[in-house]
Design a binder for this molecule. Structure first.
Ligand code: CUK
Ligand code: CUA
Length: 633
């Protein structure tokens, strides 16, 4: 077994992967069903020459464009990043739950309107970016992302690559797993409340842990409102949807509802919860629900005890499952074992029998291949292979789905095709288009939690290592190491033909509609006027910008005035973005071509206050500045 072998890379570095994190001890030895070619065998001839070849494969020449957009979760940074595949070049950062000094996210009035009440939070923890779909294919419209830190989800518009909605989900704590409805289209976004709490969580039942509950959340994707919440037995971790528009399934690693680690891993089996979406919609329509506290959201009882409602079914799974992934042919939910060396293959067809004909839930499991230690997430190539991350083994295992099912049925067959070392401790992996009907089996990204010795030492906090792997041939080939800041967790990769981002803003964009309405009230035409409106203690300064000029190079206010500066960028040239920074006021923002942006602050310092353009726009960019003259009280 590869577990006992020192691989080539380890020999080179004189390191032992297994001694790195002794987590293998947690689980004990797991043996594999069949002999496996190790990556050491595959890469035995990884000479400098072949390494060069691999690097050439990953590179995209200067001036050439990538084939895929990758949407990377920014983890604890609270943002989403756009990365080109296969170059792994970071193309853009989209601020979501964070404050961003470059774009003014969380500072401008337009972004505060999106953040709403939730602007009181300055932090975010993103895990799962997923794109909206039509008929099981990416439609290029939105990317949704969770915030585990503050129990929110957000929506990013892919035309302008800006966040346009943020929703706090009430009655639950820590939104973790998130997916979009695949079929017939993304009417809903599904997300799990991970931590168990009393309902309502208002101080009652603090010590009565048996009253704690987790809930599954169904969010209307267009309105960005919670449509319904379903109370479950056990907690909820990850989730995925089928390709029929009927079933969702979520993993539960704490079916025990324990509150200590020991309690959480005490049972030999946990479960997945399968949700019947049409049954839930029907129950809501029929008014068969309750509400919690002063929230008006329909809450349904999907606990084990309420089996007769047929909203949910529970399928026993080996201890503490983690990721769940739908195969792109729509046949299976793959449930990743984490503490078990297995992936449980759940037949979605048989789930219909579990719900409609009372088939024993465990009979929906049609395979349970042993793959290695710490399986966390599985991806697909559309050619019948699955690729599972082995956290503890630091490997990606490629396996054949049909052979795994045949083996479960007693046939002597080796379903493991290859094990590739990754560096190190992978969490999610994702393939190009791999969660859609268009799974094309070209690239796989392994999101490694540790980079250890792969890069120059940058101090105690190290980058993650997002490794690019070519999966187009019979053998997986590692072709690029990609250091990334703040734990990405997950990523989705979409072919560039599916996205058509705008080059300029259009003047009627809803993103700054509030600002346009304010100007209208003030009798100001944003596209031409440079005007100061005085309204008691409030001063609104409207100006245009055309490189390298602001429409107004000075304005006068009184100390203590609340000043709103509104800038409309009249430049029509692609990429000519201006900025606005009021020195010593903690205020700056981006104004991209044809956009309006505004920011409000208190003029609390008498004297001359220079403002300047902080996005380099022109040879005379340094000169693009003006004075706010503040008369003392
Ligand atoms: S979770 Cu992080 S490795 Cu939040 Cu999708 Cu599995
Ligand atoms: Cu405008 Cu720099």
């Amino acid at each position: 077994m590869s577990d006992n072998k020192v691989t080539e890379q380890e020999e080179i570095k004189g390191l032992s992967r297994r001694s790195f994190i002794g987590a293998g001890a947690v689980i004990g030895g797991a043996s594999l069903a069949a002999p496996v070619m190790t990556s050491a065998m595959f890469s035995a001839a990884a000479t400098a020459k072949t390494k060069e070849k691999m690097a050439a494969h990953a590179s995209v020449a200067p001036g050439d464009l990538d084939e895929y957009y990758g949407f990377w979760s920014g983890g604890q940074s609270g943002e989403v990043r756009v990365v080109g595949i296969p170059s792994m070049r970071e193309l853009m950062r989209i601020p979501v739950f964070n404050i961003d000094s470059a774009t003014g996210w969380g500072i401008t009035n337009e972004s505060k309107a999106v953040l709403g009440e939730s602007q009181r939070f300055l932090t975010g923890d993103c895990h799962h970016p997923h794109m909206s779909m039509t008929d099981g294919r990416y439609n290029g419209k939105y990317v949704f992302i969770n915030d585990k830190a503050n129990t929110r989800i957000a929506r990013i518009r892919c035309d302008v690559m800006k966040t346009d909605k943020i929703l706090e989900i009430p009655n639950v704590q820590a939104i973790h797993g998130l997916r979009t409805q695949k079929v017939p289209f993304t009417k809903y976004v599904f997300c799990n409340g991970e931590y168990e709490i009393p309902l309502p969580n208002d101080g009652r039942d603090l010590d009565n842990t048996s009253a704690y509950r987790s809930m599954f959340n169904i969010v209307d994707a267009e309105k960005m409102e919670v449509f319904a919440q379903v109370i479950v037995s056990g907690n909820l971790d990850n989730t995925d949807a089928d390709f029929d528009g009927r079933f969702l399934a979520s993993t539960s690693y704490n079916s025990e509802m324990g509150v200590t680690l020991g309690e959480m891993i005490s049972a030999e089996r946990d479960h997945i919860v399968v949700f019947d979406l049409p049954a839930i919609e029907k129950a809501v329509k029929a008014g068969n629900f309750t509400t919690i506290g002063d929230s008006k959201i329909p809450v349904l009882d999907g606990t084990k005890e309420n089996a007769k409602a047929k909203l949910t079914r529970y399928i026993p799974i080996p201890k503490s499952p983690h990721g769940i992934n739908t195969s792109p042919n729509g046949e299976y939910f793959m449930v990743n074992g984490k503490l078990s060396p297995t992936v449980s293959i759940v037949s979605i067809k048989k789930l219909a029998d579990v719900f409609d004909h009372d088939l024993d839930p465990r009979d929906a499991i049609v395979g349970e291949p042993e793959l290695g230690l710490g399986p966390l997430h599985t991806a697909f190539d559309g050619r019948g292979h699955a690729y599972t991350t082995l956290f503890i083994d630091s490997q990606i295992v490629k396996w054949d789905i049909n052979d795994a099912i045949a083996s479960y049925n007693g046939k002597k067959v080796n379903y493991v095709r290859q094990k590739l070392d990754v560096h190190y401790q992978p969490g999610h992996n994702h393939t190009t288009m791999g969660e859609t009907r268009d799974a094309d089996g070209k690239y796989l990204v392994s999101l490694c939690k540790f980079s250890k010795d792969r890069f120059l030492n940058v101090g105690p906090l190290r980058p993650e290592n997002d490794q690019l792997i070519d999966i187009s041939g019979d053998v997986m080939k590692l072709i690029h190491d990609g250091p990334a800041f703040a734990e990405p967790h997950d990523v989705m990769m979409v072919h560039r033909s599916k996205l058509k981002p705008s080059k300029l803003w259009t003047r009627d964009d809803p993103f700054f509609a509030g600002t346009v309405a304010m100007a209208k009230k003030d009798g100001v035409t944003l596209e031409s006027d440079n005007k100061v409106i005085r309204d008691g203690n409030k001063v609104r300064v409207y100006m245009t910008s055309v490189a390298p000029n602001y429409g107004m190079t000075e304005f006068r206010v009184k100390e203590g005035n609340e000043v709103t500066v509104v800038i409309t960028n009249l430049d029509m040239i692609e990429d000519v973005t201006h900025g606005f920074c009021m020195t010593n006021h903690g205020v700056q923002m981006e104004i991209s071509p044809q956009a309006s942006a505004s920011v409000t602050f208190i003029a609390n310092q008498p004297g001359v206050q220079w403002y300047y353009c902080n996005w380099f726009c022109h040879a005379l960019h340094m000169e693009m500045r003006g004075r706010m003259l503040v008369e003392p009280k």
